[in-house]
Design a protein around this ligand. Structure first.
Ligand SMILES: [Zn+2]
Ligand SMILES: [Zn+2]
Length: 62
């Protein structure tokens, strides 16, 4: 599975799983922290795409 290459606010490396949005193709990790990672693509629960705003469209990238 793909690991996120972004960084968190405290400069630690993010290693969350990366997801792809089935609706718009946006890719990024999913964090419950709304500004947790520079490469964050989804936020909240259920996951909402930060690009198109749709929920439940995230698909884990193998
Ligand atoms: Zn991340
Ligand atoms: Zn999207």
């Amino acid at each position: 599975m793909a690991d996120c290459k972004g960084k968190h606010k405290n400069s630690s490396k993010c290693s969350y799983s990366v997801y792809r949005c089935k609706a718009c193709g946006n890719q990024g990790c999913h964090s419950l922290d709304t500004e947790g990672c520079t490469n964050q693509g989804f936020k909240g629960a259920p996951p909402v795409c930060k690009k198109c705003g749709k929920s439940g469209q995230n698909q884990k990238i193998p």
